[in-house]
Design a protein around this ligand. Structure first.
Ligand code: NAD
Ligand code: DAU
Length: 352
């Protein structure tokens, strides 16, 4: 048995692939374009493992995707490949439309053709699992109930609009063509291999380098944080037992303001790697706000708990401690990402 994972060299994708190979003997074909966010060093521990087949390529390349599906006959596609950073989407939305919308469309069409060619048993068992975000629901007022799966879509950034578009395509491919899909909408992840453009890893690496810790606006924006291993276990559950055509919200029951997050990171660093220059919180700086900045996200994760018995294993306190410890122990990974060294390694390995 084989699954096809897209975006498996990124933050969540690499955690998912490593977790999958730890828990099962099923082969993973990992299709990733290795954009700036893709890092094969994340997968160093499975290099040479015959159960991991890495393919350097684009989800928008229909001929390549067709060939992979024909050759490996995966029983499922777990679709994580995306442009994922809101700030980048504000500066340049084009790549987000290309990968998140057109790329997802191409992948769906290839999946539909492959699924249509299967025999009855394989056809019934096949799944297209689309990994999406809570940002498609837009922003919540303080005190408003958390997002359920029935919350109306109201994406506010080019990133969330592109993810919402892909969610709609996935839904339509099920309703119109019968493709057996499941979609998960997850809150903010954090943990190992998180690219240091996102809030938590940026704060850790900047603090250690004695650089400013930039908080956008008043820092009172709220996110619902989930340790990445918990997201991986939720995806496994939904893929295995989720109802076809359904969506499941995944969250950590951990609403925190950005200021709280940054102060928590600083306090952990003060404890684990004290600085001679004084507490890390001295580096906090308030900077210009993100345009269109969503004020609050919060996930109501009762459906996945009720139907599949899934709940996060980590609290925020345990997860953030593990994360800070991981970054302290992986200074080489951070240095390679910051110097761009991981990309040089890719071009050495893959040439042109
Ligand atoms: P990431 O940016 O770390 O990784 C994305 C990966 O996709 C990279 O390895 C990149 O090389 C690859 N990729 C990009 N364009 C591609 C293309 N055209 N073809 C093939 N591969 C391509 O992202 P992430 O944070 O790991 O997010 C993974 C998925 O989960 C995304 O779909 C994102 O929308 C979703 N998500 C993320 C979060 C979060 O907090 N990070 C939360 C909810 C949902
Ligand atoms: O909610 C799920 C989403 O979470 C995912 O779909 C996205 O892929 C992922 O990037 C993340 O989006 P956010 O925009 O919430 O994450 P980010 O880490 O960029 O920012 C988290 C919060 O911190 C947000 O309110 C903006 C703020 N921030 C971020 C950065 C990078 C700062 O205040 N300063 C910063 O330097």
């Amino acid at each position: 048995m084989t699954i096809l994972v897209t975006g498996g060299a990124g933050f969540i994708g690499s955690n998912f692939v490593l977790d999958w190979l730890e828990q099962s003997d099923e082969t993973v074909v990992n299709l990733d374009a290795l954009t700036y966010a893709g890092n094969l060093q994340n997968l160093a521990s499975v290099q040479g493992d015959a159960r991991h087949v890495f393919v350097h390529g684009d989800i928008g390349d229909r001929a390549l995707v067709d060939a992979l599906l024909a050759r490996h006959q995966p029983r499922a596609i777990v679709h994580l490949a995306a442009e994922s950073h809101v700030d980048r989407s504000i500066h340049g939305p084009g790549e987000f439309m290309k990968t998140n919308v057109e790329g997802s469309f191409t992948l769906l069409e290839a999946a539909r053709a492959h699924w249509g060619s299967l025999g009855d048993v394989a056809k019934a068992a096949f799944r297209f699992h689309h990994v999406s975000t809570d940002e498609v629901y837009g922003s919540l007022a303080p005190g408003a109930p958390a997002f359920t799966e029935a919350h109306p879509y109201a994406p506010n950034s080019p990133y969330s609009a592109s993810k919402a578009a892909s969610d709609h395509l996935v839904r339509a491919w099920h309703h119109t063509y019968g493709l057996p899909v499941v979609t998960t909408n997850c809150s903010n992840n954090y943990g190992p291999f998180h690219f240091p453009e996102k809030l938590i890893p940026l704060m850790i690496v900047n603090a250690l380098a004695g650089k400013p810790l930039p908080i956008y606006g008043d820092g009172q924006q709220v996110r619902d944080w989930l340790y990445v291993a918990d997201h991986c276990s939720a995806i496994r559950e939904v893929l295995a037992r989720g109802r076809v055509g359904e969506t499941y919200n995944i969250g950590g029951w951990n609403e925190k303001t950005n200021r709280e997050i940054v102060h928590t990171v600083c306090a952990l660093l003060d404890e684990l790697r004290p600085s001679a220059a004084g507490p890390y919180a001295r580096l906090i700086t308030h900077v210009k706000d993100r345009p269109g900045h969503d004020r609050r996200y919060a996930i109501d994760a009762r459906k996945i708990e009720r139907e599949l018995g899934w709940r996060p294993a980590e609290t925020f306190e345990t997860g953030i401690r593990k994360t800070v410890v991981w970054y302290l122990a992986h200074a080489d990974w951070v240095a390679n990402v910051q110097s761009g060294g991981y990309r040089e390694w890719v071009s050495k390995q893959y040439g042109a």
